[in-house]
Ligand binder design. Sequence first.
Ligand code: NAD
Length: 366
Amino acid sequence: MEYKIGLIRGDGIGPEIVTEAVKVLDAVAEKYGHKFNYEEILMGGCSIDACGEPLTEEAIEAAKGSDAVLMGSIGGNTATSPWYKLPPNKRPEAGLLGIRKALNLFANLRPAYLYPELREACPLREDIIGDGFDMMIMRELTGGLYFGERKTEEVDGVMTATDTLTYTEKEIRRITVKAFDIAMKRRKKVTSVDKANVLDSSRLWRKVVEEAAKDYPEVKYEHMLVDNAAMQLVKDPKQFDVILTENMFGDILSDEASMVTGSIGMLSSASLNETKFGLYEPSGGSAPDIAGKGIANPIATILSAAMMLRYSFDLDKEADAIEEAVKQVLKDGYRTIDIMPQEEEKKNTVKQVGTKEMGDLIAERV
Ligand code: NAD
């Protein structure tokens, strides 16, 4: 098969980690007989430098013309970079918000998977970790409290701030369908998280989830209140497969879930729209502190590329091959600096490698 992939290398470590993901994609193309055509797209600080704005119309059109977009990260040092002297709507991050909106990316996916080799990075007790966990947080990204009407005003002489949380049936249904589709590719369980004991929006959420679930008889689903979900994530994370939730709950729970898996350099993510299109990127930022040093961990970006193959191109076998190659490299004892063991005696049991070598090692194992 032939696919067109938009590449946003971005700023900081972005270009370094995207190069390694492309290397791994090319290894997949060669092994499985596909053709990936790449189109470079400027966004973020590099676009400000080249075009005077973080996201141009041309860049949006190029992204829309691709089958999927793979991104590194954007932004610079917020204290020292001249990009942060610009008004907020001209800064690098405005590019990211702009492209999410332009492409209607309403579903955010963040896997939380604990690699056996990186168990010691997990802050949970051994008996809770057991033989590890593997979940996917599915967060609604374009509705809810963050996008509702807000105002701050004086009411009867008292400053009063109001935010509104609104969801339509349509918004809930489209993310629910995505979550059930994704559960079908996994262990076929959905936990829908809400606050239905208090919020009207959550009661509508539940009703729509129940209706949509009828089309997926193979998927087991349950409802869970968000306060309980926050506890269960650290008490028994193994119980979860797909966690489906609204924007703000997902914002908080996805960070909690990622913390229990260890390093930021391992965390992939995807943002999807109603078609097969998606924007795939590591969860971390542009890490200006280590940019250009050749030490950034490219694994989150490589795993984001695997998600792209699975969710945008339906190339499950190829995505499995990348994920297995990552597992094998860790098993073989290779680590970038961010995932090196902390204890001195354990450091001798593994070998520290740089960004490029990690990419080579994974590509070789595909
Ligand atoms: P950051 O994620 O860039 O860095 C936090 C820490 O994690 C740093 O010590 C960094 O060295 C480390 N780190 C991050 N990714 C790593 C990797 N792949 N390998 C090894 N170590 C890694 O967060 P920050 O410092 O708060 O933000 C830096 C810039 O990135 C800011 O301009 C911010 O706005 C931007 N940012 C962009 C995105 C995005 O592109 N989606 C997301 C978050 C932050």
